[in-house]
Design a protein around this ligand. Sequence first.
Ligand code: 5GP
Length: 192
Amino acid sequence: MKKTGKCVVISGPSGSGKTTLSNYLISISKLNLNFSISATTRECRKGESDGKNYYFLSLNDFKTKAKNNEFIETEEVYPNVFYGTLKSEIERIWGIGNNILFDVDVYGGLNIKKTYSESTISIFIDSPNKMTLNERLKSRGSESESSLKVRLKKAEIELQKSIQFDYIIMNKNLEEAKKKLYDIVFEFLNNE
Ligand code: 5GP
C-alpha cells in the first residue's frame, strides 16, 4: 500500500473521553485529519449511522472480510464483538492526501503503531479514576449493567498497556486535555 500521510492513534478506556478528543482534532481543518471509520459487529447505537460512525457488519460479513485479508488489524474488543480497520479506509484517506486519525482499542493502536511506526504517533487518553470512568459511561446512557462491567474490566487491562504509547494524556480537565493533545499532534504533523 502506498503511504502518503501520517497516522494519529488515540486509544484509552471506553468513557475516558477519547472520542470527544478525537472529534476535537478532526474539527481543526488545518490538521488535515480524517477519521478512520472502523468496521464492527456491534449493534448501531441511537444517533449513530452506518458509514459515518462505523461500518456495521454482520458477524458473517466481518469474518469473510477478515478471511479475504481486507483488514490491517482486527480485535475481538469485547467477547464476540469484533472491530477492525479496513485497508480500503486507509487507501481512501491517503488517496485524498490527508492524515488519518484512529480511535481504536489499545491492542489495535499498538498494532497500527508497529505497522506504520515512523509515521505514527500513539496517544493514550487516561481517566483520573475508575469512579469518573464509571460516571462517564453511565451518563452516556448507552450501556447495560453487564456491558458497563465488561467495559470497566477492559479499562483495567488497557491501563496496563498505556506505558507502551508515545504519550499519555490525563483527561481530568477537558480543555487542558484538548490543548495538550493539539500541541502534541500539531508538532508531530508539522515535523518531517
Ligand atoms: P465503542 O463500541 O464504544 O464504539 O468502541 C469500543 C472500543 O472499540 C473502543 O475502545 C474503540 O476505540 C475500539 N475500536 C473501534 N474501532 C476499532 C478498530 O477498528 N480496531 C480496534 N482494535 N478497536 C476499535
